[in-house]
Design a protein around this ligand. Sequence first.
Ligand SMILES: [Cu+2]
Length: 251
Amino acid sequence: MSKLINSYVCFLAITMLSLVLLVGNLSAYEGGDVSNGGTITGTVKIAGDAPAAKVLKVDKDQATCGHDDLPSEALMLSGNSIQNAVVSITNISKGKKFGAGTPSIDQKGCVFLPHVAMIPQGSSIKLLNSDDVMHNLHSWSMKNTAFNEGVAAHGNISKTFEFPETVKVTCDVHKWMTSWLIVQENPYYALTDANGNYKLEGVPAGTYTVQAWQESLGKTTQEVTVAAGGEAKADFGLEKKAKKKRKRKKH
Ligand SMILES: [Cu+2]
């Protein structure tokens, strides 16, 4: 009987391992040469009224961080156009080669530079501290190994991100400091410029799901069809979600 159970357990283990390997292979992106690739261009805008710009109160290490309030980068608008929105194809398995992403994030003048960094899955990123004060690096990741480490003045640490994920990184020493690290699973991603424009190039002909994401507004997707050598347009509107109001209990 126990022999039977043993072989059953063994069978289950092998089946599960095969499934894991299969799923792993399915999600792997294959990069190569794309002939006659198309482009996807467009603009990301805020739908509805633009909220008032926020400022960050600097109340620590002012000799290094300065005495003035800093402009919040949580939502950077020019009119209704959104800067620093991430536009990416979410369902492409084969296409152009995967290039290098943002090589490093710096903590300089007590802000993260850049505010939004994008790197390919499996690559390492250098986390620098160019300031005269100690900073901290606290990653709020779920899939990648989370870390919470101090980084000395003019020091640096290096971290590898294995899994596609949107990771918030903060400094626990200076609570106004926030950045976002976007670990991408394919090379089709772009950050919108100051006018909200983006461009994805070298896209093989096909129909794809294209996503626009912004840290304060969330994400939206649409289906986009690209012809060989063609230029497809896809504009996005992101809406500020109304804050949930708590219903008052009637007494
Ligand atoms: Cu800091």
